[in-house]
Design a protein around this ligand. Structure first.
Ligand code: AMP
Ligand code: MN
Ligand code: MN
Length: 335
């Protein structure tokens, strides 16, 4: 749970800003996913309806994956470099730490009022008002509470945004973060008449044909190391390889969802090579290992079962660091 009083305090900050017609800047985390964008766009629309002057953004690069560009209101997102100067209130959403807000981080710290809405257990706490609840399945669940607190009625447009984040962060209601509250919220959202099957298809089951070849390359290189922790399976692919298959770099994100199936390994890892030579690393656990401990130790964050970090070492150095962490600390419970 978020600390007692966190939700009323967050609602009060937002209601005050809306009632005053204040300038509110909302930012999702860098390389936003469905939860980051769904929560940002839904709260932006709710505040707009309540009378605030709202700008929604995310840190650069200002590129939206095709799987998310269709979200209602995404066309009104503004590049971080074009946001209004001196907003009255800055809200950070789904950002596990200040660095995930990139160039918007200092803007949030400098603002007269700030609010952080997040569900990462690794969140160190930043911003003047904090609604951080590691038990929330997704940041969109917290935004649903905020919209209720603001008296904004959930229509199909808002429900589409919230459903996208909820379905994405729960692995379509498969992961352990799914609770009765998750299903209760999903039921409320479906009752607005959204086309949930179409939303899921656009989010999870739509990619150019070339994605199959990229998957083949990455799956073909998968390596199993049974002796590392409770077993490690890893592979890698780069944005250059994605480009060779006619794909944007964000198509690397779904690879880990396949790699994680290997039952011999408690931890699955995909190293995604960026254009600048750095590696964005996705870690997933089958249950026995807290991968957020590994990610935090290596400068990132996340959740027990899904975490990530960015490495400026080369591929071998990055893997060596992961092996070290898994052998040392992230000692497996029986999984
Ligand atoms: P991903 O593997 O990118 O899907 O991320 C899995 C989880 O780890 C998500 O909850 C992310 O918010 C979190 N995460 C990924 N990369 C980072 C990072 N560099 N710093 C903090 N959290 C991260
Ligand atoms: Mn996210
Ligand atoms: Mn999230």
């Amino acid at each position: 749970m978020a600390p007692v009083g966190a939700l009323p305090a967050a609602v009060a900050v937002l209601a005050r800003a809306a009632d005053a017609g204040a300038s509110v800047l909302l930012s999702a985390h860098v390389q936003p996913d469905a939860d980051a964008l769904g929560s940002t766009l839904a709260l932006a629309e709710g505040l707009r309806r309540r009378g605030a002057r709202v700008t929604a953004t995310f840190p650069g690069p200002f590129v939206l994956p095709a799987s998310l560009a269709w979200l209602p209101g995404a066309d009104a997102l503004v590049p971080a470099g074009d946001v209004p100067a001196d907003p009255d209130l800055v809200v950070g959403l789904d950002a596990a730490d200040l660095r995930r807000l990139g160039e918007l981080g200092p803007v949030l710290l400098a603002a007269p009022q700030s609010l952080v809405v997040d569900h990462h257990a690794s969140n160190p706490g930043f911003g003047a008002v904090q609604l951080v609840d590691p038990e929330a399945a997704a940041t969109v669940a917290l935004v649903a509470d905020l919209l209720d607190g603001l008296g904004v009625e959930l229509d199909a447009g808002l429900a589409t945004l919230l459903y996208a984040g909820l379905a994405a962060d729960t692995g379509s209601f498969r992961f352990g973060n799914t609770s009765p509250a998750t299903h209760a919220l999903a039921a409320r959202l479906l009752a607005t008449g959204i086309d949930h099957a179409r939303i899921s298809q656009r989010l999870f089951d739509t990619a150019p044909f070339g994605w199959l070849a990229l998957l083949g390359t990455a799956a073909g290189r998968a390596t199993l190391e049974r002796d590392v922790g409770a077993g490690l399976v890893w592979t890698w692919a780069t944005v250059g390889e994605a480009d060779d298959h006619g794909l944007a770099g964000d198509h690397l994100e779904a690879l880990v969802d396949v790699v994680r199936s290997a039952q011999e390994a408690d931890v699955a890892c995909v190293l995604k090579g960026a254009a600048d030579g750095s590696w964005n690393v996705s870690l997933r656990s089958r249950g026995g290992t807290d991968v957020s401990a590994v990610a935090i130790a290596l400068g990132g964050g996340g959740h027990r079962m899904a975490a990530g970090f960015t490495s400026h070492l080369d591929r071998d150095g990055t893997l060596a660091a992961i092996r070290r962490c898994l052998r040392a600390g992230a000692a497996p419970e029986q999984g």
